[in-house]
Design a protein around this ligand. Structure first.
Ligand SMILES: Nc1ncnc2c1ncn2[C@@H]1O[C@H](COP(=O)(O)OP(=O)(O)O)[C@@H](O)[C@H]1O
Ligand SMILES: [Mg+2]
Length: 256
């Protein structure tokens, strides 16, 4: 997804964040992202990962520095972004098909179009056979798929994911990681993905950003060179394991 001009998709420059009069949460954050990246954010608990996503989403204001999405303020660019949380946050009284539509409805998409897109998205995430099920009838992994379908239904340019698969078992998580990349190869959004799993970050990302805590600062940016498509075999390669080792090593040194 190239921009018409050379404006980066997301720019954070010398960004600082504190909540109210509280302690500094993020200090001097510099990140510049083009439209082709998948950014993995990793760091100790409380280092400001969720805050960073909320800043980009325009859900909380920056304290100082610069933050631009496509040369605009996050608030002005909000319709280009979707958020996926660890909790799938589905409405229990709505079917899968209706749950997928809730974000589109908020965006003012008309009913007929909502239903059509929900059909398409249910198929993309492999839920077409359970479209009329209710959330309680789904596994955790299936609920996350609904959440992904709902987020992607509005064709976001930027997807913000806050530990979306953190509560799932490793096999389900690996599976969803592969599916997420498959969907991205068709839809081409830019991701900011928070995770505690080094292997997950390496598998998904074009670049991993390691943060330190108190206050949150960028410790290291690590490019991930493996070409897409990445598959289960990618995970088993020696290069993959070696990079997982390297990132884990850095993470240990900041997580003390
Ligand atoms: N709404 C808020 N008001 C005040 N402090 C907050 C708020 N949200 C987060 N914090 C504080 O900011 C710091 C970073 O939190 P967070 O971004 O959730 O970290 P992470 O996601 O890396 O665990 C923590 O010290 C947390 O207590
Ligand atoms: Mg968090």
């Amino acid at each position: 997804m190239e921009n018409a001009n050379d404006t980066p998709l997301v720019t954070l420059k010398n960004l600082h964040k504190r909540y109210g009069k509280g302690a500094l949460v993020l200090e001097n954050i510099d990140i510049e992202v083009s439209g082709t990246e998948f950014i993995g954010l990793i760091g100790p608990s409380g280092c400001g990962k969720s805050t960073l996503l909320k800043l980009i989403a325009g859900l909380t204001p920056i304290t100082s520095g610069e933050l631009e999405i496509n040369g605009r303020s996050p608030a002005a660019a909000r319709d280009r972004m979707s958020f996926i949380f660890q909790d799938a946050t589905l409405l229990p009284w709505l079917t899968v098909h209706k749950n997928i539509q809730t974000t589109m409805r908020l965006h003012g998409v008309d009913k007929r179009e909502c239903a059509l897109v929900a059909d398409k998205m249910a198929a993309v995430v492999g839920l077409d056979k359970v479209k009329n099920f209710y959330p309680r009838q789904l596994s955790g992994g299936m609920q996350m798929r609904v959440s992904i379908a709902r987020a992607l239904s509005v064709s976001p340019q930027i997807l913000l994911l806050d530990e979306p698969f953190g509560a799932l078992d490793e096999m389900t998580r690996n599976h969803l990681n592969e599916e997420l990349l498959k969907i991205r190869s068709m839809e081409d959004w830019t991701a900011f993905f928070v995770t505690h799993s080094v292997a997950e970050a390496v598998f998904l990302s074009t670049q991993i950003i390691i943060l330190t805590a108190n206050p949150g600062k960028i410790f290291k940016k690590i490019p991930v060179p493996f070409p897409y498509p990445r598959t289960a075999e990618t995970r088993e390669s020696a290069e993959f394991q070696s990079l997982v080792g390297e990132v884990s090593h850095h993470l240990r040194s900041v997580d003390r």
